[in-house]
Design a binder for this molecule. Structure first.
Ligand SMILES: NC(=O)c1ccc[n+]([C@@H]2O[C@H](COP(=O)([O-])OP(=O)(O)OC[C@H]3O[C@@H](n4cnc5c(N)ncnc54)[C@H](OP(=O)(O)O)[C@@H]3O)[C@@H](O)[C@H]2O)c1
Length: 252
């Protein structure tokens, strides 16, 4: 897909990887970017809100009404970036109930699914375009200390593959991005090397231009996929050991 002069929408655009996508799209020549945020009037937006090519719009991806109203208003969209995401930080059995896991599924799986359903007709009318799903290395290997987050990203990854088949006839590309370790608020608790949000946006837009179905956006994502390909059982054991260590350290 050609990005020059395109119109795009990015969810969770106010900060982190979403804001980096807004900036990278403009650098790639986009004419208009709808920056969809829960609070588009907030003072701490991480993109340049004075840029006339950016149109901040209100969106909560867990509210179907919010999604359908936005799709009706933004009928010129050619590229949808499903970026908004939630990490609740609870284990599956340690949480008091399934509310956190349900919320992660709502935001990380049903949100992108409902966005894709709502925007697919506009993408078709506007020439096909593309859908980008911002996923995680936790969609390649189940991470026990990421409770409901990992299952929600597995589901979203499968969704992307199925949508690619369903949307092929209308010439809509689907790009699944496997993201590893990036320096954003969501990963504030993560130790070790973290790359910039711009790294993900750059890799994601390259995947759109070249129509690459799935891409590992950073070094950590690459290393997880390699470890999984080499010895999936060993990687699973390492994940279980990490959970044990965290339980010992935090007493949870
Ligand atoms: N950072 C990493 O290392 C990493 C690794 C793998 C995957 N990812 C994925 O990258 C994506 C972006 O995350 P990030 O790292 O940039 O983290 P972040 O800074 O925490 O950003 C998360 C974004 O999602 C938005 N959001 C959460 N719930 C929402 C909802 N119900 N409706 C609309 N927006 C909602 C947040 O909006 P508010 O400001 O209103 O809360 C925020 O804009 C996520 O899908 C995440 O799973 C990140």
């Amino acid at each position: 897909m050609e990005l020059n002069h395109c119109t795009a929408i990015v969810t969770g655009a106010n900060r982190g990887i979403g804001a980096a996508f807004v900036t990278a799209l403009l650098e790639a020549g986009a004419s208009k970017v709808y920056a969809a945020c829960r609070n588009p009037g907030a003072a701490d937006l991480e993109f340049d809100s004075s840029d006339p090519r950016i149109e901040p719009v209100a969106l909560d991806v867990s509210q179907p009404q919010s999604i359908s109203e936005l799709a009706a208003a933004c009928d010129d969209v050619q590229l949808l970036v499903n970026n908004a995401g939630l990490f609740a930080g609870e284990t599956l059995l340690g949480a008091a109930d399934v509310a956190a896991a349900r919320k992660e599924m709502e935001v990380n799986y049903f949100g992108p699914l409902q966005m894709s359903r709502a925007f697919a007709p506009a993408l078709a009318r506007n020439g096909g375009g593309a859908i980008v799903n911002v996923l995680s290395a936790a969609a390649i290997v189940a991470v026990p200390n990421m409770g409901g987050y990992s299952p929600s990203k597995f589901a979203a990854r499968a969704m992307g593959i199925s949508l690619r088949a369903e949307l092929a006839d209308q010439k809509t590309q689907v790009q699944n991005l496997i993201v590893g370790s990036i320096d954003t608020r969501m990963a504030a608790h993560v130790q070790g090397k973290k790359e910039s949000p711009a790294t993900v946006a750059k890799a994601g837009l390259r995947a759109v231009k070249r129509n690459i179905p799935e891409v590992d956006t950073d070094e950590f994502a690459v290393s997880v996929r390699a470890a999984h390909a080499r010895d999936p059982a060993k990687l699973e054991q390492q994940m279980a050991a990490a959970l044990k260590l965290e339980t010992l350290n935090t007493g949870r």
